[in-house]
Design a protein around this ligand. Structure first.
Ligand SMILES: [Fe+2]
Ligand SMILES: [Fe+2]
Length: 273
């Protein structure tokens, strides 16, 4: 029986896009096929996060050097779709990494994050197919590595990873995507909008998994969730969180009214500066 974690490790260490996707999908299929019989090897070793590889292209540049992504022009639309494809490719590695790096969790933890990785592969493929209409391939436009840097910063702490990746970075997608959809519909670009609708619905589940597993850690360690979440927001972001927040979608993803109020308070404090 092949070891699930070997597939995940190979997918993380692969620099090729096709290999990353192929191995990620194989790991997901294997996790579905091993219901109830899934055992994490006690002796499994974990490669340092610095060994995780990415494709040579796109090249990474500081955010201020990125091309403009105004939706009004063909070039802007191309950059916009490419930027989302880049987020989705990073999201594949992020979901694989959380399933790989943290040991001794229930079987469902690994299954949930492989499910997420599989969704991210689907999102990435949809966007890559769509990019061909703009005479563009993933890798053609410079991007930034802001998402992955959060994985590196939180490599030793599952609660920090859950707070900062699904519950901060992915949750931000829930806030901003509805506005992008409005613009795309206003331009009658239903092809792009349909892809973003699929992504948005799936992302609610990803953020909800973040909430669910943060709850698990809190119950296990007898800590209050809000306290732990905001401790990490303060530590890693210095409380610099940006709104406005999409409350209905965030509520569906498990944010409480208290958490939403506190996020708004931090956003106001930050905007005043
Ligand atoms: Fe996604
Ligand atoms: Fe996601």
């Amino acid at each position: 029986m092949p070891d699930l974690f070997e597939y995940i490790e190979k997918a993380l260490l692969a620099s090729s896009i096709a290999e990353t996707i192929d191995l990620s999908q194989q790991a997901f299929e294997l996790s579905c096929a091993t219901s109830g019989g899934f055992v994490e090897p006690v002796t499994r070793t974990i490669q340092p996060i610095e060994r995780v590889r990415f494709p040579e292209k796109p090249i990474c540049v500081p955010p201020k050097e990125l091309p403009r992504r105004r939706l009004g022009s063909e070039a802007g639309k191309r950059s916009f779709i490419h930027a989302i494809a880049h987020i989705e490719f990073n999201a594949i590695k992020l979901a694989l990494d959380i399933a790989y790096r943290f040991k001794g969790l229930p079987e469902q933890f690994y299954k949930d994050w492989l499910y997420v990785a599989n969704d991210e592969c689907k999102h990435f493929n949809l966007l890559c197919d769509h990019l061909t209409q703009f005479d563009c391939q993933y890798g053609d436009i410079p991007s930034h590595d802001g998402l992955w840097s959060m994985a590196v910063k939180t490599e030793h702490d599952l609660a920090a990873r859950l707070s900062l990746v699904p519950r901060y970075l992915e949750a931000r997608g829930l806030d901003v995507t509805p506005g992008m959809l409005d613009k795309l519909y206003a331009q009658k670009d239903t092809a792009s909008a349909e892809i973003l609708e699929i992504i948005l619905e799936d992302e609610v589940t990803h953020v909800e998994y973040g909430t669910r597993w943060l709850d698990f850690v809190c119950q296990r360690d007898a800590i209050q969730r809000e306290e732990l979440f905001f401790k990490h927001i303060e530590h890693y972001l210095k409380g610099q969180i940006l709104g406005p927040f999409n409350k209905p979608l965030r509520r569906r993803a498990g944010f409480t009214d208290n958490e939403l109020l506190e996020l708004e308070r931090l956003d106001k404090r930050h905007s005043k500066k």
